[in-house]
Design a protein around this ligand. Sequence first.
Ligand SMILES: Cc1ncc(COP(=O)(O)O)c(C=O)c1O
Length: 422
Amino acid sequence: MDATAYCLDVAAIRRDFPILEQRVHGRKTLVYLDNAASAQRPRQVIETIDQLYRRHYANVHRGIHWLSEQSTELYETAREAVRQFLNAPSSDEIIFTSGTTAAINLVARSWCEAFLKPGDEILLTLMEHHSNIVPWQQAAQRHQAKIRFLPIDNQGMLDPSCWDQYFSPRTRLVSFTAVSNVLGTRNPVGQLVEAARRVGAVVLIDAAQVAPHEPIDVQAWGADFVALSGHKMLGPTGVGVLWGRREWLEKMPPFLGGGSMIRKVTLEGFEPASLPYKFEAGTPPIAEVVGLKAAVEYLWQIGLAHITEHEHRLTELAHEVLSDVGDIIIYGPSVQHKAGIVSFNLDGVHAQDVSEVLDQEGIAIRAGHHCAMPLHERLGVPATARASFYLYNTYDDVYRLGEALRTAKKLLRPGRTRSSNA
Ligand SMILES: Cc1ncc(COP(=O)(O)O)c(C=O)c1O
């Protein structure tokens, strides 16, 4: 495919990502296809953080001095940028956390402490990341609640026709990923929220795999909580976001106690601060939050709808290229139902071995259970290899993946073809 087939100026974008210029093991140019685990950062984000530390850094909301005012201003402007990014009604509802995991844990601790009762049910899906399973298991244990999982069909999609068996008046909370980090499946967010509302359940959406790639509108989604991570959307590590409806956040007890989250402390007790500070105990990740704003601005400048389309084209090509290699099993639905994530196995070969060969060819993918062991149990394999795309990936990256897989096939399945294997 030639450059005219791009809906983004990928060449210009790549110039913003110095890390992509490197040679792997000093030989092959890097093909970075591990974006679902973590993305790379453009120099605009790197330089913003560098400038913050060089010129504007101090602790926020504390000292009333020149530097602290600058730092606080930058921190709070970032909150407003994230509010716009999510189309949230108020920046008071934007809580900075250390990532999706921390955001989900916040709700699983705080909301469940106030509202989850023995016998209540928490409904998840079988394709959740461990971050959206374990915190609920811990909460269920603490409050004698039960967890249920919406099943998936053989294409790796949810099947609404069986939901009546799962949504019931006992369902108190429904938490699901908008996009599977393994299968790439796009879940029917609207339908899930509607089903939850019908039984009066609260909804959390794990947006870790969608926020970097598609426009999000939390008001259109209609959920109660949305969690995401900065490092998957061109931002720094150690920062993420919990958006929550004010009605809930105001009723929930603080999660962590400490500095900044209080209005008043006496020897007898404390009064929590107002939103959003009530949930931001201690010194927050200041540079990371400011870096996240630069990432959001970068994504706006490129246009999230263009990024979605670009990744869709890469995914379509990847399905074609992998099918041409032969003896590759692709997991998950057809391209029209998935985001830019392609998990696969070379038939009869462990994903780890495949990824080692690919690494020698300069290609970074992920192999393993991708923090989704229950899903892999359902797929009947202990591990998959996963290629995941982002705005800086090219068609050539996909062709290189195909060539490297041919090499892997020669090395790891010598003399075996599908017919001799059948
Ligand atoms: C769907 C999903 N949820 C949650 C997480 C956890 O994100 P973090 O490790 O940034 O907290 C991930 C990370 O891969 C993910 O893909």
